[in-house]
Design a binder for this molecule. Structure first.
Ligand SMILES: Nc1ncnc2c1ncn2[C@@H]1O[C@H](COP(=O)(O)OP(=O)(O)OP(=O)(O)O)[C@@H](O)[C@H]1O
Ligand SMILES: [Mg+2]
Length: 246
């Protein structure tokens, strides 16, 4: 397993947001974590990424193993610097005053010590621009002037620039019109297929997430409510009723 989460409990102050959840992801899989508002999806991703953010929750129990090793004691940022994982956070987080090209360039910081970094960064940039031609057209435009959908593409592009083979996305469909949403998921699927990038995608839009992912877990108020292949989940009566509109 690439990632194994066991009995994970996380809290904000004395409020526990995850009450001991377990799930795993194998190399090359696309796995989705679905659930309603406040179910704990973002809390899960923030604890996996171990970002030093004031709003990040504190892990109070259980373990997170990456390639067999616990990552709970690693220093913040190491996972991203070591190209072990990249996070496309909720709400995009791009630099509004920098151009598209600059946003992508900055995100390639994990490559800064690589001997052949110019080539690697160039290749990653080609990849991002080929997946999202719109970003190439807008490469000189300031981030804040992009449409919501373009900003979402840029956020995904930034994750690709890190060179990680494991990408986590927090609600990539948020705010996208259906056409753009399907384009986004098609691009991600292509990345998984062609570049063998492992993907964990958090979604409130269960229908789309289950079309896209191979397997999934349903999170409900901090606990795993159901799990299985996407087909099993789509056919599960409880999941259907609560998340797929009957
Ligand atoms: N910074 C915070 N401080 C205190 N409580 C928080 C904080 N962030 C989240 N919570 C609480 O933790 C629980 C899980 O929130 P989380 O953001 O993980 O949900 P979510 O599934 O991502 O929801 P959404 O779909 O709305 O993004 C909620 O009850 C929420 O109120
Ligand atoms: Mg969230």
């Amino acid at each position: 397993m690439l990632l194994e989460v066991k009995d994970l409990k996380v809290s904000y102050g004395n409020i526990e947001a995850l009450h001991g959840i377990s799930f795993s992801i194998d190399t090359g899989e696309i796995v989705t974590l679905i659930g309603a508002n406040g179910a704990g999806k973002t809390s899960t991703l923030l604890s996996l990424a171990r970002l030093p953010r004031p709003e990040a929750p504190v892990v109070s129990g259980g373990d997170i193993r990456y390639a067999g090793e616990s990552i709970l004691k690693t220093e913040p940022h190491t996972l991203i610097q070591k190209k072990m994982m990249a996070l496309v956070p909720e709400g995009r987080h791009i630099f509004g005053n920098l151009s598209v090209a600059e946003n992508l360039q900055i995100a390639s910081f994990p490559h800064r010590r690589d001997i052949n970094r110019a080539n690697i960064i160039g290749e990653n940039l080609d990849l991002v621009y080929s997946l999202f031609p719109r970003l190439y057209e807008r490469r000189k435009q300031r981030g804040e002037l992009l449409s919501g959908g373009e900003q979402q593409m840029l956020a995904v592009g930034r994750a690709l620039m890190t060179g990680s083979n494991f990408i986590m996305l927090d609600e990539p469909s948020m705010g996208l019109a259906p056409k753009l949403m399907y384009e986004m998921f098609r691009a991600l699927k292509q990345l998984n297929f062609v570049k063998h990038i492992t993907i964990l995608v958090v979604e409130q839009n269960a229908k789309v997430a289950l079309e896209f992912a191979g397997r999934g877990y349903v999170l409900k108020t901090g606990e795993i409510f159901a799990s299985g292949t996407s087909q099993e989940l789509a056919e599960n009566p409880d999941v259907k009723k609560a998340y797929l509109g009957g």
